[in-house]
Design a binder for this molecule. Structure first.
Ligand SMILES: [Fe+2]
Ligand SMILES: [Fe+2]
Length: 252
């Protein structure tokens, strides 16, 4: 039987990624940490804040899937490839838990998830091409940054929302383990400027996924324009303003 090449793996991972980005959310293998916690009473402002934070986390998990998939496809050693695949499997749980919580909150994932996926996959593949120690260093830095950002979300989430908090707390624990796994496997610590660049690009994704944008042309929502005029609507639309709900579903 023919051995699989890097190109084979890239195609396989892209196929899996397209399913993750466009298909139904994965079911996950571990039950949600929120499953036995009573639904909290949230007012509208709290619900919108929580939905925004959970949408950011969901988009982050889409990115994590993509990064690991890109890195697994280009990893040099089968051992590192296996570790990337195993971590990606845990990220599927995170994705499923965030999707479930978003639905409970009457919201939904970022419509830009396919874009986040493609960008992150490319970065992951490039990190893998740089060699396993650098790729593992990238995992370590990413997971540490995610851990810190989840801690920040725990500070911002309404105290009574124990359902969201349980999910974030478990994710934070898993991300710390992924970072440690990378270190134990021989990660090279990335230079500080690279880490700052990673933090900056993650910040852009977080801001866009949280706030979303509403487009308006002469009183018509961008969505209506897009339906009526195809992609010309994008260029003719002007950005009307930021909304705490995501693009194209303002008001949810
Ligand atoms: Fe995760
Ligand atoms: Fe992780």
């Amino acid at each position: 039987m023919r051995e699989t090449t890097t190109l084979d793996r890239l195609i396989g991972e892209i196929d899996g990624g397209l399913r993750a980005a466009f298909g139904p959310p994965p079911s996950g293998t571990r039950p949600s940490p929120a499953r036995e916690i009573e639904a909290p009473g949230l007012d509208e402002a709290e619900r919108r804040l929580t939905a925004g934070l959970m949408r950011v986390n969901h988009a982050g998990e889409v990115c994590a899937q993509a990064l690991y998939a890109g890195q697994a496809a280009t990893a040099r050693s089968s051992e590192v490839r296996g570790q990337m695949a195993e971590a990606a499997h845990e990220e599927e749980d995170h994705l499923a838990w965030c999707a479930e919580r978003l639905e409970e909150l009457g919201s939904r994932p970022s419509l830009l998830n396919p874009l986040w996926y493609v960008g992150s996959f490319s970065i992951g593949a490039a990190a893998g091409f740089a060699g396993d120690p650098w790729s593992l260093g990238f995992v370590e830095a990413t997971e540490r940054q995610v851990e810190a950002h989840l801690e920040e979300h725990l500070d911002r989430l309404p105290l009574q929302d124990r359902r969201s908090r349980a999910i974030i707390a478990q994710m934070k624990e898993d991300e710390a383990r992924h970072a440690q796994m990378a270190l134990d496997s021989g990660a090279t610590i990335l230079p500080a400027p690279v880490q700052r660049l990673m933090s900056l690009s993650a910040g852009i994704m977080k801001a866009v996924a949280f706030r979303g944008f509403r487009f308006q042309v002469s009183g018509f929502r961008f969505q209506k324009r897009l339906r009526g005029s195809g992609f010309r609507g994008i260029w003719r639309s002007r950005m009307h303003g930021a909304d705490k709900s995501d693009a194209l579903h303002a008001g949810r």
